[in-house]
Design a protein around this ligand. Structure first.
Ligand code: NAD
Ligand code: TDX
Length: 352
């Protein structure tokens, strides 16, 4: 049986990963270390309550004592590091916590893994550290071309700079000590349990409540959308079969301008809810994000050719599944949008 230290798995992608893995593997042990920041939510893990294959530990990936204790207690085969501060807008107003968690936290995990897995120049067999990174580390594309694994890192936001820095430390541990690692760099995920500070759930929530839809700039920035379950599958495949020391880009020629996404959500909810108050009149173009990357687009050839992964969910199917989930989980949304979310929203969008 394989034992995993998974971090940040009370968040969006991590909680989806927990469901994916427990569904796929009958015999598995997941130890989920999560600090439960504003983005971490135990309600995301309700479906695995009582399942002994999933153990939740509340704590910080920066906490050396705690992480060392976990390594002493469990014989981890894998570390899969999802834990991060993940929102670009928050990184623009408060970069320090991004350095703390995304860089220092990752280095702490690397060190604790090395302390346990490495002895007198030799690594224990079958171990691997997988860093969940992002296409944003490559910077921004013009109208043409795609991000390849060989594209130089050129991050622009404090968030993507912290993720690029973490990636470099992961590679440094591979290059310096021979640590068995992989890095995955995926494009924008969407699906169940995504916190409504991100474009798709924010728009779904606002449309439903007839609130204005804040579209940054001209709405023509392009993101390459990936259904979260397809991403979870890719991470599992990389952990299982990725060549050591390699980076794998995860995405799938699924690029859409933001305004297309917003209009799709409006049309879907208008029809589904039969609500005449839902229309494109809700769209409000607002001041652009500072340093807003224009276009992301992933070339997924490497992961397809080496591991046979491809994005199985077309956007048209994934967005309907996503909207279905949010409509069926109004209580989840009302819990996460009470309290601090309201304060965040007012502050974030006050001058827009
Ligand atoms: P999220 O913000 O939904 O969840 C992050 C989780 O990490 C939360 O549960 C939070 O409590 C936890 N966390 C934060 N700081 C922590 C700390 N110091 N110690 C322990 N836990 C901590 O993020 P997400 O969207 O699920 O993203 C997961 C990972 O995937 C991140 O590393 C992110 O950079 C990367 N990624 C996300 C996307 C996307 O579209 N969402 C795309 C590419 C890459
Ligand atoms: O209110 C909004 N209006 C708007 O126009 C918000 C929240 C976003 N946008 C735009 C900005 C982006 O061009 O929509 C696009 C998507 O924005 P986000 O959902 O904030 O995602 P993005 O900044 O692209 O980053 C996401 O994908 C890569 C994740 O948050 C990162 O964690 C991941 O690494």
């Amino acid at each position: 049986m394989k034992t995993y230290l998974i971090t940040g798995c009370a968040g969006f992608i991590g909680s989806n990963f927990v469901y994916y893995m427990l569904n796929k593997y009958k015999e598995i042990q997941l130890v989920n270390l999560d600090k439960l920041t504003y983005a971490g939510n135990l309600e995301n893990l309700k479906g695995v309550e009582g399942d002994p294959r999933h153990i939740f530990v509340q704590g910080d990936i920066c906490d050396k004592e705690l992480v060392s204790k976990l390594f002493a207690e469990y014989d981890f085969d894998y570390v899969i590091n999802f834990a991060a501060e993940s929102h670009v807008d928050r990184s623009i107003s408060n970069p320090e916590i991004f350095v703390q968690t995304n860089v220092m936290g990752t280095v702490n995990l690397l060190q604790c893994a090395k302390n346990t897995w490495y002895n007198e120049g030799t690594w224990k067999t079958g171990k691997k550290f997988v860093q969940v990174s992002t296409d944003e580390v490559y910077g921004s594309l013009g109208d043409e071309g795609y991000f390849m694994e060989t594209t130089p890192l050129c991050p622009h936001s404090p968030y993507s700079s912290s993720k690029a820095s973490a990636d470099m430390f992961v590679m440094a541990f591979h290059d310096t000590y021979g640590m068995p690692v992989n890095i995955t760099r995926c494009s924008n995920n969407y699906g169940p349990y995504q916190f409504p500070e991100k474009l798709i759930p924010l728009m779904i929530n606002n449309v439903k409540n007839h609130k204005k839809l804040p579209v940054y700039g001209d709405g023509m920035n392009v993101r390459d959308w990936l259904y979260v379950e397809d991403h979870c599958k890719a991470i599992d495949m990389v952990a299982e079969g990725g060549r050591l020391g390699e980076v794998y880009n995860v995405g799938g020629h699924n690029e859409r301008p933001n305004i297309f996404i917003v209009k799709t959500i409006i049309a879907q909810l208008h029809d589904r809810l039969q609500d005449e108050g839902i229309s494109e009149d809700l769209i409000q173009y607002v001041a652009d994000r500072l340093g807003h990357d224009r276009r992301y687009g992933i070339d997924p050839t490497k992961i397809k050719e080496e591991l046979g992964w491809y994005p199985e969910t077309p956007f048209e199917v994934g967005i309907v599944k996503t909207i279905d989930w949010y409509l069926a989980n109004e209580e989840w949304m009302s819990h996460v949008t009470s309290g601090n979310y309201l304060k965040y929203y007012e502050e974030m969008y006050k001058n827009k």
